[in-house]
Design a protein. Structure first.
Ligand SMILES: [Zn+2]
Length: 274
């Protein structure tokens, strides 16, 4: 099995990283994709991949970084230049660009004033386009984070398709018809996480995703699956990918070994892993 989304570079894993990796081996995980969400975490992801052969790095800037831009802690220009420098020196080591994308969900949570929403949207779009350009330039797949922005994501990515030679992955794919249709049309991958173990809407959604587009993710340290969710909520860890695989197998009516084999093949193809 391959955990195609685990933030193993986060501090919560540092004190016992070997333990987490060993437990993952015990459930049959051979690779972990470790996505960057900003410049420091992307650098840490690269360092992790250099130190541990089972981990593979990505470089990305999450749409949440727009909050830092609006607060004046950084600028779009400086993020762009740091991002482009980092990708340029690491392009042969990393396996994807992202996670990046559009997230309109935080506007409510962060009480973004309605007059500022267009500014946030436009900055998110600029950040995403910088990363689409890098995926194109370096011939890398793109990991998309999509929240409450399905329509805008599809219309934006539709225009970029001709520029991208490698696949797009909908990380923690929202159960949305438009995204699914788009993914089916263009053979984009659909990441399924621990919430599929308890979210009925996601369960119905996963039943409609063909096996050859499915990827398994834990999104560690987030999205703890059932049944471990009852004991603890944080941090989720890659070894819990087995619960995601088991639930997907049950929903698809196939043995868990089939889910393991097929999603491993998909992940290897998506990220060009050997
Ligand atoms: Zn993530």
């Amino acid at each position: 099995m391959i955990d195609t989304h685990a933030h193993l570079q986060y501090d919560c894993f540092a004190s016992n990283l070997e333990g987490y990796l060993e437990r993952a081996v015990h459930v049959g995980i051979t690779h972990h994709i470790v996505p960057g969400i900003d410049i420091p975490s992307s650098r840490e992801s690269i360092a992790l991949a250099q130190a541990h052969s089972a981990t593979a790095a990505t470089v990305g800037i999450h749409p949440y970084l727009v909050l830092s831009i609006v607060r004046g802690e950084t600028t779009l220009e400086s993020l762009q230049s740091e991002f482009e420098k980092l990708v340029a020196i690491s392009a042969t080591e990393i396996v994807a660009i992202g996670e990046c994308g559009l997230d309109y969900h935080y506007f409510k949570r962060e009480h973004i004033h309605k007059d500022l929403i267009e500014k946030h949207k436009s900055l998110q779009k600029s950040l995403l386009m910088i990363q689409v350009a890098a995926a194109q330039k370096y011939n890398l797949p793109l990991i998309l984070h999509t929240r409450d922005s399905e329509e805008e994501t599809v219309s934006l990515m539709q225009k970029q398709l001709k520029n991208l030679s490698r696949p797009i992955l909908f990380h923690c794919c929202p159960p949305n018809d438009q995204l699914l249709t788009f993914a089916l049309e263009h053979s984009f991958y659909i990441g399924v996480d621990g919430d599929v173990t308890y979210d009925k809407v996601k369960q119905e959604f996963v039943k409609r995703v063909p096996l050859d587009l499915l990827l398994l993710e834990t999104d560690s340290p987030y999205l703890m699956p059932e049944p471990v969710r009852r004991q603890t909520r944080y941090p989720n860890e890659p070894a819990h990918l087995i619960y995601v695989a088991q639930k997907v197998a049950e929903l698809k009516g196939v043995p868990v070994e089939t889910i393991d084999t097929r999603t491993t093949q998909n992940a290897k193809a998506a990220f060009s892993l050997t």
